[in-house]
Design a binder for this molecule. Structure first.
Ligand SMILES: NC(=O)c1ccc[n+]([C@@H]2O[C@H](COP(=O)([O-])OP(=O)(O)OC[C@H]3O[C@@H](n4cnc5c(N)ncnc54)[C@H](OP(=O)(O)O)[C@@H]3O)[C@@H](O)[C@H]2O)c1
Length: 227
């Protein structure tokens, strides 16, 4: 059976990825910051590792732990959305939460790719999927607010494009994915779809991707999203 590694799997979209791949019989390596506080993840039977994706030493340690194992699909899912609403409005946005968003949403996906590239290279059709957001689309931006989150997702889109170029010769298919507006802790109760629908669509995009799709930005319905 193929193997998938998913970051930020304690809840929300990440946890749903774990559940669906497990249901399909995949070997699932799931990471989260505090496994002891993630009973729903533990209940899936996935192989769970504690990992803060912004912690370079922890990432390196996990790289050593997984050395020599094949990873067919790697999902950069962990993400944060600090300073939602009025706190993030133009006027007095604090710098440190912004830096934390850049560390978590932009830099960590690149470092995760660097850490596990050797595992991906062992796969026949490796896919590196990064959960971005339409909120990061410059072409589609029209409403004020959320500049902290928006810039972090715009930045990770360039990370994905950059990785697609860096890793083309190694056959790794790199995708930026928009999951829709999903009812999770981050998306809130007014989201348009639930995690089941989102992840069902995202898994179909991942399963159908070829090297020709590498470096593209796709919605959970498969549609190409303008950068
Ligand atoms: N929900 C939406 O409508 C929506 C829309 C567009 C894009 N997205 C993106 O989809 C992804 C998942 O979002 P979600 O809605 O499932 O959010 P969520 O319910 O808030 O879950 C976020 C997950 O990321 C983990 N995480 C955060 N910082 C981390 C770090 N430094 N190291 C490791 N794990 C970390 C959290 O772990 P802890 O339990 O340890 O906090 C949690 O498991 C994110 O990248 C988000 O930006 C979501």
């Amino acid at each position: 059976m193929p193997t998938v590694l998913i970051t930020g799997a304690s809840r929300g979209i990440g946890l749903e990825f774990v559940r669906q791949y497990r249901a399909d019989g995949w070997d699932v390596i799931a990471t989260c910051r505090t496994p002891e506080n993630a009973p729903e993840l533990q209940a899936t039977g996935a192989e769970v590792h504690g990992l803060d994706v912004t912690d370079e030493a922890a990432l390196a340690g996990m790289g050593r732990t997984l050395a020599g194992r094949t990873i067919d699909v790697l999902i950069n899912n962990a993400g944060i959305y600090p300073l939602k609403g009025p706190q993030g409005a133009f006027g007095a946005i604090p710098v440190e939460p912004w830096m934390e968003a850049l560390r978590t949403n932009i830099i960590a996906p690149w470092k995760v790719a660097e850490t596990f590239i050797g595992n991906l290279e062992r796969a026949d059709r490796p896919v590196l999927a990064t959960v971005s957001s339409k909120m990061g689309s410059i072409a589609e931006a029209s409403s004020p607010g959320s500049v902290v989150y928006r810039t972090s997702k715009t930045g990770v889109n360039m990370v994905v494009k950059g990785l697609s170029i860096e890793l083309a010769s190694r056959g790794v298919i790199c995708l930026a994915l928009h999951p829709g507006w999903v009812r999770t802790d981050m998306g809130g109760p007014n989201g348009l779809i639930d995690a089941t629908e989102s992840v069902t669509g995202l898994r179909a995009v991942i399963a159908g991707a070829s090297t020709a799709d590498s470096g593209t930005f796709r919605g959970y319905d498969g549609a190409t999203i303008p950068w």
